[in-house]
Design a protein around this ligand. Sequence first.
Ligand SMILES: [Cu+2]
Length: 340
Amino acid sequence: MNRTLAQWAGQARWRGAWGWLWLVALTGCRGEQSMLNTHSPTAQAIEGLWWWMFYGAAAVLVVVMSLAFYAIYRQPERRGAISATKFVLAGGVLLPVAALTPLLVFGLGVGYRAYLIDPEALTVDVIAHRFWWEVRYPGASPGDTLVTANELRIPAGQQVRVRLHSEDVIHSFWVPSLAGKLDVIPGRVNQLQLQAQTPGIFRGQCAEFCGALHAHMEFYVIALEPEQFQRWRQRQARGGRAPEREALKQGQQAFMAQGCGDCHRIRGSEAQGSGGPDLTHVASRYSLGLGRTGRITVDDFENWIVSKEHLLQPQAEMPAYDQLAPEELRSIALYLESLQ
Ligand SMILES: [Cu+2]
C-alpha cells in the first residue's frame, strides 16, 4: 500500500461525490410529496404499476446493453447471424407488443378503479385560480357552504369526491401520496377520488404550468380522525371572530381602509370581497403562501402582505403592500392572526 496522498484524496473525493449523488437521488423517495410514499389504495396501485415499469425497463436495458456488448466484442466470424427480417419482427414488433400489452391492461385497471367514487362520499369543490386553490365544502343550502383556501381537510379512512373547477387556465391537481394526477380544465368538472388511510399531512402541487407563480401553487391535504374533522368543520362554519381588544379593532379598520376587504371575505364582518381567498379562519390554516407551514405567526402575515413576490409577478393578483406604515402593517397582521 504505497499510494500517494494525492491519489488517496482523489479517490476519497470520488467516493464523496457518489455518496452525495445517492443521497440526492434518495431524497426523491420519501417525504410528504412522493408517489413512492403512498397512503391510499389508489396511490398504492399506481406505485405498484410504477415498480413494474421500473423493473421492466431495467430488464429491457440489460437485454439491449448485452446485445450491444455482444455486437462490439464478439469476433465477427463467431457472431451468430440473424436475418434482418427476423430481427425487425422480433425486436420491433413482438417485443414491444409483449411488453406493452400487459402494461396497458394493468394500467387501464388501475385507472378505472382510481375514479370509482362511493356515491355517499363527502364532496369537496376545488377551484383552481392563478395562483391559489379555493376549497369549498357544499352545505345543505348555499349559505352553509364552507370556504377555505390552499388546504383540504378530509376525514381519514373515507373516500372523498373532489370536483375540480378552473376559472382561468388549465391547472392540474396532484397529491402523489394519495391519488393520481388530474387536469383541471376551464368549463369542465373533473372528478377525483381522494382517500387517506391514516391521518397525516400530504403535500400537493399544481402540475400543469399555468403562469409565472405556478411553482407556488402548492396545497396540503390534511387527513384527520373523523371526529376531529367534524369538530374542525363546525369551527370553520362559524363567522370570523369580532375583534375585542383595541389593537385588533385598529387592525380591522386598517384592513378595510387598505382595500383588503375588496378582495377578501371575512364572514361576519364588512369584508365581503371575492377575488381572493376567504380569510374568515385564515390563522387556523396549516400553510400560508411562500412556503410557510405549521403554526402561522404574526410575522408570517407581515411577510406575506409586503411580499415583493406579488409585485414582481404581473400575473399575481394581490398587490404588494410595501409602503404600509410599520404600525399599520403590524396591526393588520395582528388582526389576521386573531382569526383562528
Ligand atoms: Cu400551475
